[in-house]
Design a protein around this ligand. Sequence first.
Ligand SMILES: Cc1cc2nc3c(=O)[nH]c(=O)nc-3n(C[C@H](O)[C@H](O)[C@H](O)COP(=O)(O)OP(=O)(O)OC[C@H]3O[C@@H](n4cnc5c(N)ncnc54)[C@H](O)[C@@H]3O)c2cc1C
Ligand code: SF4
Ligand code: SF4
Ligand code: SF4
Length: 390
Amino acid sequence: MDKQKPRLCENKDECCGCTACATICPKQAITFNYDMEGFLYPRVDFTKCVGCLKCEAVCSFKKDLKTPLMEDSKTKIYAAKSRSRDIVTNSSSGGMFTVFSDVFLERGDIVAACQYSYESASVMLSIITDKESRDKARGSKYIQAELKDSFDKLIALLRKHREKKALVFGTGCQIAGLDLVLKSMNLRDRVVLVDLICHGAASSNLWKNYISKIESEKGSSISYVTFKNKRNGWESPSVFAIIDGKEISIKSYADWFYMGWSLRESCYKCPYTRIDRRSDITIGDYWGIQNVMPEFYDRMGISLVIVHTESGRKLFDNVSPAIDYQLSNRRECLQPRLISPQRRPNDRDLFWSDMQEKGMDYCIEKYVEHDDVSIKKKIKKCLKRLLKIQ
Ligand SMILES: Cc1cc2nc3c(=O)[nH]c(=O)nc-3n(C[C@H](O)[C@H](O)[C@H](O)COP(=O)(O)OP(=O)(O)OC[C@H]3O[C@@H](n4cnc5c(N)ncnc54)[C@H](O)[C@@H]3O)c2cc1C
Ligand code: SF4
Ligand code: SF4
Ligand code: SF4
């Protein structure tokens, strides 16, 4: 009988790049290669492949596109923030990443989260062992993480230290892929999975080209980058890099992200732009908190916390002395990325062909955020609409 051929990534919009397929493959037959836009996609080496189809079985993105996740009536929703002013100020939202990871780090358990590497100008899923390196993983990076063999490393650690548990943070699609891998290896009950509400993932190579252009113009390397600094408050995030002690604007890159030009094809179809997930807990910004709980508003940020499972509930209970929180509900907490994916811009293909043919400088001039369709405006419009319906 002919061996079966896995059908992994027949269309680009069906693959989020989570690497679950490569992690599970018993023959190391799957590798990842950059496409023209700088996103990583799997490729099967059919000389190694034995047709077991284990890779297809863990492709949660494709499964969840076909059959959306069911609504769970046990889900609990909260507005929450750390009681520490320092943590809230230095985090993207209300500091729940720090609060949750403290529990695991203090017990000597494993924590994995996405950090920015100044050496490789990329975001990587790293194993974190102390609070100092955890603090470096704070902050939203608007660059798709390059997962490479991160899931393999995490699994190796879980197998080596059988007494330890792990806490993993990632986007909805990364966590959904990891969920199925861990289940297939009987490791899921030792891991708490926390995913993010997510606008999308921008090409990692686009960022590398963008920042290397700035660095070569300035003749020096960046020492710091932030996509969500709160010096003007949580709702007006500042985005900048620092070179030689001076602040440099990276607004064009942020505009491409917010407007959706630079996102991966899968993001426009994302099945995780909803409340129900494969994770134990979902965290994000509680946009519009001032409309539904004005007394709980904090100009430095409030997190939205969605607790899906029993192990999520245990972790939330565990951190309750370290946070202030209020119970919310499915209607109050809605925001654009809990309703539908970012719309694919009509001129997305033109953006990428301009980038390839006319270059970065041309695109910096041409592709700028329009107020009428920016994500910030859309969040405000969406919240106003929802309030009218209530
Ligand atoms: C690309 C992206 C888009 C987002 N879009 C939305 C949105 O539309 N609406 C919303 O409510 N919230 C969104 N968020 C989530 C929000 O910005 C905060 O990251 C989240 O609320 C956690 O904040 P915090 O204060 O708990 O943690 P922080 O201390 O700021 O920690 C940030 C967490 O995000 C992780 N992270 C950062 N960058 C990446 C990345 N590129 N890939 C994977 N993980 C990463 C870090 O590892 C850490 O776990 C987005 C986050 C990212 C990374
Ligand atoms: S498992 Fe993940 S990386 Fe592999 S094909 Fe599916 S979505 Fe893509
Ligand atoms: S079918 Fe099996 S051997 Fe072939 S790529 Fe998929 S997991 Fe690997
Ligand atoms: S929008 Fe969806 S597919 Fe895109 S990075 Fe976020 S979770 Fe993944």
